[in-house]
Write a protein that binds this ligand. Structure first.
Ligand SMILES: *Cc1c(COP(=O)(O)O)cnc(C)c1O
Length: 366
């Protein structure tokens, strides 16, 4: 068996320890004689799996008691609609546009009410986070929406926006559990787990209790009402059982690693190795302004003026990197170039070896 260094933006690398444990339990989960894939979501055994997963997440993130934790389906993309359906009492909300995922959430909200663009970094291909200290937020807005870490463009809010007292909703898909957060600063935190937490198939939403009511927009499907899910502890219907089980294992792994403070330290160390090299390299260059760089997604391009030569060099790099065991480094189709996603489960050696490889490539192609 040989495993590659996987820099995919998602679905993405998982801790090898977690995969090994899951493999060992595949045929017989802890003496139950069944795989977790095969058991009833109403069984005692499964009940413990989902309850433990929630408790471990609460411990890791220090989630206050007045927040519910929901395990949902439909991906982050479906949650774009759930936010207005459950929160747009005044049918008006503010959106900060920092990339494709924020834009998609914004477009979805427009189906349900008045979504207002509060700020945008579209003028410079989303390579920075706009100043959010004094946004045109009005009193009648139900919430302010951000995408906290921009998976495609590689930016991250280092400071939350001043929402002028309005509820803050954050899509944290690609920075979930990468560092400690103060949950009480948000009304809703949510993310698809396939980036930094587990396999695809589940969205985790952390929602302040007072926002969970029957007062949703008319026509909101039963399944998409947060109240339905909260009243049933995420077991209104069959949840993504196996995905939640793996997420639970990742939570235990994170606890064992030392929690989110420790993850932050490790993630900063990993990102620094790559960014330091990008800053000194003559061939490669990062695409994001320094102060807004993500710890998780690192986009970069070849610093070659001639477009054709640049494309050629980038294709050559991606091809040779893949052959050397560094896979999924191709940038998002809308940005081009390269992107290295270095989530929690990417070991530091993975980043060190990638940088070694890049240095060698640079020398050979000088
Ligand atoms: C990947 C991603 C999404 C979309 O997730 P799906 O689960 O595929 O719908 C949304 N937001 C962010 C920040 C993402 O990285």
């Amino acid at each position: 068996m040989s495993r590659v260094y996987n820099f995919s933006a998602g679905p993405a690398v998982l801790p090898e320890e977690v995969l090994k444990e899951a493999a060992a339990e595949m045929l017989d989960y802890q003496g139950s004689g069944q795989s977790v894939m095969e058991m009833s979501h109403r069984s005692k055994v499964y009940d413990k799996i989902i309850k433990d997963a929630e408790q471990d997440l609460r411990d890791l993130m220090n989630i206050p008691d007045n927040y519910k934790v929901l395990f949902l389906q439909g991906g982050a993309s479906q949650f774009f609609a759930e936010v207005p359906m459950n929160m747009m009492k005044n049918k008006k909300a503010g959106y900060i546009l920092t990339g494709q995922w924020a834009k998609k959430a914004f477009a979805e909200a427009k189906i349900y009410g008045e979504a207002v663009e509060l700020a945008s970094s579209a003028d410079k291909t989303f390579s920075y986070i706009p100043d959010c200290s004094d946004l045109p937020i009005t009193d009648d807005m139900d919430y302010v929406y951000i995408c906290e870490n921009n998976t495609i463009y590689g930016t991250k809010y280092k400071k939350l926006p001043n929402t002028k007292g309005k509820d803050l909703v954050a899509d944290v898909s690609s920075c979930f559990l990468s560092e400690p957060v103060d949950v009480s600063k948000y009304a809703v935190i949510y993310g698809g787990v396939q980036k930094n937490v587990g396999p695809a198939g589940c969205v985790i939403a952390i929602i302040r209790e007072d926002l969970i009511t029957d007062d949703c927009l008319p026509g909101t499907p039963t399944m998409l009402k947060w109240k339905t899910q909260a009243d049933n502890d995420s077991l209104y219907n069959t949840p993504p059982c196996y995905t939640i089980y793996i997420c639970g294992k990742v939570f235990k792994w994170l606890k064992k690693m030392g929690g989110l403070e420790k993850m932050k330290e490790l993630n900063e160390k990993k990102a620094k190795i790559l960014y330091d090299y990008l800053d000194e390299s003559k061939l490669f260059v990062g695409t994001v302004v320094k102060e807004d760089r993500s710890l998780m997604n690192v986009p970069f391009v070849c610093n070659i003026a001639d477009k054709e030569k640049k494309d050629e060099m980038e294709a050559k790099f991606i091809k040779e990197a893949t052959e050397a065991g560094f896979v999924n480094l191709k940038g998002h189709r809308t940005v081009g170039g390269m992107r290295a996603s270095i989530y929690n489960a990417m070991p530091i050696e993975g980043v060190e070896k990638l940088v070694e490889f890049m240095k060698k490539f640079e020398k050979e192609n000088a």
